[in-house]
Structures are given as C-alpha cells and as structure tokens.
Design a protein around this ligand. Structure first.
Ligand code: HEM
Length: 401
C-alpha cells in the first residue's frame, strides 16, 4: 500500500499556527498557548502528535524503546545514528564518541579563537556587519571542515548544501513538498560524491583528521563501512552547521534585544558559559525533535498508537513554568538550567561540547572587540525557512569599533 505524503514526511511540514513571518520570528507565545490549551494534541493536517509540556517531552526523549528514532527515509537519505535505535545506535555512538572526545574538542579552542578573530578583523573598522554572513555562518563551517579534513575553500558549497538539507517546504502543498524533496535529493547526491572522493584519499593517505580516525576506528572488531562514514560526515555537516550558526546569531539577537543583558555580560564576561546556556533555553536553534511510537502508549491522557509520529517541542518545554522559575525572563546566570535544546538521553547531541565552545568563544570575542552592539535601524528580519530550525537569514548590526 502506498503511504500518503503526510504519513511519510509529516515532520517536515510546518505547523499551521506558525505560518506567518511574525510568528516564526517569535513563536513562543504560540507555544505557551498550545501548552496550556492542548499540551498533547493530534494535528490532522500533518498526521502528527505535538507534545508541548516539559514532563512529557522529557519522558519521550528518555524512552527510546517506546519512542523510536527510526524513520522512513527516502531513497536518497542515509541511515545515521540520528535515525537508529539500540542496539545499533549504541554501537555506532560508542564508535563516533571515540572520534569526538572532549579532549579533541577542547584542543580546538585556540584555533576557534583565531578563526573568530580573523573573521572579525575583516569587518571591525566598518562599525557595521551582518552577524550571520560575516561570523555565524563561516565560523562553524570552517571548524567542521577542518575537523573532517576537507578544504575550507569549499565552504560556500558546504553552506549551500547544508541549507538545503534542513529546508522545509514554503507552503503546505504537494508541489512545494516535492520541490524541496527533489532539492534535498540532489544536494545529498552531490555531498555523497564529494565525501566519497575524500574518504578514498584518506584511505590511501591517512591524515590527522576525523575522517581518517573514522576509517581506522573499530568496535568489537568491526569497522565502519564507507557508507556509514559518508552518512556520518554528512550528518555532522547538516547537524552541526546550521544549528551553531543560529546559536551565535540568536545570542547576538539577545544582546541587542535586551541591552541590560549586554551590559551584564560586558561587566561579567566570565558569565559567558551560563549566558550561552540561557540563549539555548530561550531561543533554541532546534525547536522540536521527532520520534515514532514503537507501541501503543499514553501521554498526557492521550492514546498514541504504534506507528504514530510524535513531535516533541523543546522550545515549548524550555519555557514550562512547572520546570523553570520565571521562564519568560532571560536570566544570564540561571541555575539550574535543564533546557532540552540538545535533546536528552541516548541521542543527546554529540556536538554539544563543540557548539558550546564555539558559542562561548564567539560571544566573548564579540563583547571584547565590539562596543555597544545594536540591530541596524533598517534591518528587516526574515526567519529561516524550516519548521524546526529557529533563526534569521541575516542579522545586520552596528557597533563601536
Ligand atoms: C543530535 C541539537 C550542534 C552533531 C542532536 C539533537 C539535538 C541537537 C536536539 C538530538 C536529536 C534527537 O534526539 O533526535 C543541536 C544544537 C546544536 C548542535 C542546538 C548547536 C547549538 C551540533 C554540532 C554537531 C552536532 C556542532 C557536530 C559537529 C550531532 C549528532 C547528533 C546530534 C551527530 C546525533 C546523536 C545521536 O543520535 O546519538 N543535536 N546540535 N550537533 N547532534 Fe547536535
């Protein structure tokens, strides 16, 4: 039997309530309303359950036996750890953890600092810049490209491909939907061809990079296949770039929207780590996480059936008043801050230490080198065209050099 479009890809069709530009720039009042009125609801148009409360989201993420990450993939998409369940997930994750240790990440610090300084040097004396284009996009792309061992000169291509991979349809029509699927298929093919060639080179001549490490890594006598290495490299690109870009931009957005917070950070730059955690809670780069029910199960008094799609809205959970005191206030040194922006449980973001490090270095450098940062007067903000990614396409700022 043929599956309907909405059944196969419900996750990527936007939520109707967030269909205007204004709502996508500031969706949080909508989440608050939905959390109060329909904390667990079935959305007919997407054939999907939406879950908005912290307690329920947390329960779903910590129970991979009941809520599976295995999704139906199109022919062009690859299976990655993101879309695996145990026991396969546990094996693969153990393997990639080896290539992604806190030590490897912390050693990147001086390098991330120097890339950040170089990028800012190029714009600093102008007193104006587009935070997205000039810093938030290139920084994570250069870092991940170098980590993987691909030439950073290809970074514009990378950006183009990763944009397409996280894109959602512009409207809820079959045409818009198939258009996006075709674009994604094409980008994935190009990425595959690109990485296949690099994997081949590294096999012949291993270097000090992640791809070489993945080629030699073993778990219980088993190596990763080329297909798995390709899939993982592409996942890092897709999962790591857009998200970190938006973390940096969203952090600068907070500085300009809340000048008191900008002052606090200037006076206490050592608060940068907790500032970044609060940005993650307040403006999460990924707003929702998808799962599929692996059995009939009840959540918030609703009966979810085996095979149903379930979307956990972390952006709503992060503002749940039963979990966070004064959730609508940005508190620079909030403690505790158990936001769910990197997920929770076995799929907890592999790149969280890297994303945190890049976010902290970027913001610390910005605060040190740029005075009185404001949104440019003529700025017209456009949300990123994706149902789950939260960020803006450009963020023009002015500042004192
Ligand atoms: C998983 C968010 C940066 C690589 C996840 C998940 C979330 C997330 C919510 C869990 C998905 C799920 O449970 O289905 C973010 C955010 C980032 C960020 C908000 C930036 C602020 C990165 C970076 C990398 C990365 C920089 C790599 C360089 C991954 C990988 C997984 C993952 C490989 C899959 C882990 C697994 O399934 O076991 N991320 N991420 N992420 N992230 Fe990130």
């Amino acid at each position: 039997m043929e599956t309907k479009k909405s059944e196969r890809y419900a996750n990527i069709i936007p939520v109707a309530e967030l269909n205007t530009k204004e709502k996508r720039l500031l969706p949080f009042p909508v989440y608050n309303l939905l959390r109060r009125l329909t904390p667990v609801r079935f959305d007919e148009s997407r054939s999907t359950w939406d879950v908005f409360r912290y307690e329920d989201v947390h329960r779903i993420l910590k129970d991979p036996a009941a809520f599976s990450s295995v999704r139906m993939l199109s022919d062009k998409e690859r299976e990655t750890i993101l879309t695996m369940d145990p026991p396969r997930h546990s094996q693969m994750r153990a393997l990639v953890n080896k290539a992604f240790t806190p030590k490897i990440i912390s050693e990147l610090e001086p390098h991330i600092r120097s890339i950040t300084n170089d990028l800012l040097n190029a714009v600093l004396d102008k007193g104006a810049m587009d935070m997205v284009h000039d810093l938030a996009v290139p920084l994570p792309v250069i870092v991940i490209a170098e980590l993987l061992g691909v030439p950073s000169k290809d970074r514009d291509l990378f950006k183009e491909w990763s944009d397409i991979l996280v894109k959602g349809p512009e409207e809820n029509t079959d045409e818009a939907f198939y258009q996006v699927m075709a674009e994604k298929g094409q980008a994935t093919e190009q990425l595959n061809a690109y990485f296949a060639q690099i994997v081949e080179q590294r096999r012949l001549e291993p270097q000090e990079d992640l791809i070489s490490l993945l080629l030699s890594a073993e778990i219980e006598g088993q190596k990763l296949t080329d297909k798995e290495i390709l899939g993982f490299s592409i996942l890092l690109l897709a999962a790591g770039n857009e998200t970190t870009t938006n973390l940096i931009t969203n952090a600068v957005r907070i500085l300009t929207e809340k000048t008191d917070v900008q002052q606090q950070l200037r006076h206490n730059p050592e608060l940068v780590a907790s500032f970044i955690e609060e940005v993650l809670r307040f403006y999460p780069p990924i707003q929702a996480i998808g799962r599929v029910a692996a059995a009939d199960i009840e959540i918030g008094g609703k009966s979810i059936k085996k095979g149903d799609q379930v979307v956990s809205w972390v952006a709503s959970a992060n503002r749940d008043e039963t979990k966070f005191a004064d959730p609508e206030t940005f508190i620079i040194d909030r403690k505790p801050n158990a936001h769910l922006s990197f997920g929770f449980g076995i799929h907890f973001c592999l790149g969280a230490p890297l994303a945190r490090l890049e976010g902290q270095i970027a913001l610390r450098t910005i605060i040190e080198r740029m005075g009185d940062i404001r949104l440019a007067a003529d700025a017209d903000l456009t949300p990123i065209q994706s149902p789950f990614v939260y960020g803006v396409k450009h963020y023009p700022v002015v500042f004192q050099p």
